[in-house]
Design a protein around this ligand. Structure first.
Ligand code: GLV
Ligand code: GLV
Length: 321
């Protein structure tokens, strides 16, 4: 008997094929996020739900789905959009997409760090608007990685991949903080330090932790005030790890040198947001994992997770709740 699965906003041919064979699929066939009312309606009676990080899966959605729902598969490594306790309580299995997006996200983070530290968007803009009048000794100077100290907040899979990519630039010290010291940190000569030490001693501070109640608003006024005036702050994890008003204050007052953000609150960031008026803030539209091949592999993995959950077999990447 075919099971009913809800899949939406996913235009990957591969995952559609993988899903349609053994399932009856109800698809939100648009790139725009599914409206909540539509989700609440179409999820009714589904055995499986394939969702995106833009879909907040809370008790209301789970109740709308009803007792058929056996598995949720998210096309993301992050799971802060999912009410884990509610999912666990209902005995629903959960799939996500770690590992396959680590390289792409680490690359993007390094690109953002270099673009921010070396002021690439400003330079591009000056070339276009006629601001490029001559080669001038101090014009558009920024900060380099060679000989620097880099601090990674959260040396997990992605944080580690970022560190591995930064070390060859001649980084002198690699500091990291988190709940526990990581054995794999030895590969990058990582020094486990208290977060206060990390923020006060680093030239580059890279946020790569997951968003949890403990990390929500972690990067706030108190933290920015401990940073060097030359510090470059990078976030490619989740916007809510940062208090954006405090970041704006730190950037506009010269408390820190620059920030590069691939994630914000809210997303999308309104075009009139104060952060976008600052030359020393580079904002990207949450594109960490956005390579064609990575999104393709993520789609297949998400489909496999969903099918495993529907069939009651192994899910290639199941989050243990
Ligand atoms: C992207 O932010 C993800 O969680 O996959
Ligand atoms: C830069 O182009 C230099 O020649 O120093």
């Amino acid at each position: 008997k075919k099971k009913k699965a809800t899949q939406h906003a996913l235009n990957s041919v591969t995952s559609r094929l993988a899903l349609t064979a053994p399932c009856e699929v109800s698809l939100w066939d648009s790139d725009e996020p599914v409206p909540k009312a539509e989700l609440l309606k179409s999820v009714q009676g589904a055995h499986g739900l394939l969702c995106l990080l833009t879909d907040k899966i809370d008790a209301e959605v789970l109740d709308a789905a009803g007792p058929n729902l056996k598995v949720i598969s998210t096309l993301s490594v992050g799971f802060d959009h999912l009410a884990l306790d509610e999912i666990k309580k209902r005995g629903i299995r959960l799939g996500y997409t770690p590992d396959v997006l680590t390289d792409a996200t680490a690359e993007l983070t390094v690109a953002l760090l270099l673009a921010t530290a070396r002021r690439l968007p400003e330079g591009v803009e000056e070339v276009k608007n006629g601001g490029w009048s001559a080669w001038k000794p101090l014009w558009l100077c920024g900060y380099g990685l060679s000989g620097s100290t880099v601090g990674v907040i959260g040396l997990g899979r992605i944080g580690m991949a970022i560190a591995q990519r930064l070390m060859p630039f001649g980084v002198k010290r690699l500091l990291y903080s988190g709940r526990t010291a990581k054995p794999h940190a030895a590969e990058v000569n990582g020094e486990f330090v208290p977060i206060d030490t990390l923020v006060s001693e680093s030239d580059f501070i890279v946020v790569s932790c997951s968003l949890t109640p403990e990390t929500q608003g972690l990067c706030n006024k108190a933290m920015f005030s401990k940073m060097k005036n030359t510090a470059v702050f990078i976030n490619s994890s989740r916007g809510a790890v940062v208090n954006q008003e405090d970041l704006y204050e730190a950037l506009s007052s010269g408390q820190i040198a620059a920030a590069g953000l691939d994630v914000t609150t809210p997303e999308p960031l309104p075009t009139n947001h104060p952060l976008l008026k600052l030359k020393n803030c580079v904002v990207l539209p949450h594109i960490g994992s956005a390579t064609y091949s990575t999104r393709g592999v993520m789609s297949v993995l998400a489909a496999q997770n969903l099918l495993g959950g529907l069939q009651g077999t192994d899910m290639p990447s199941e989050l243990s709740l």
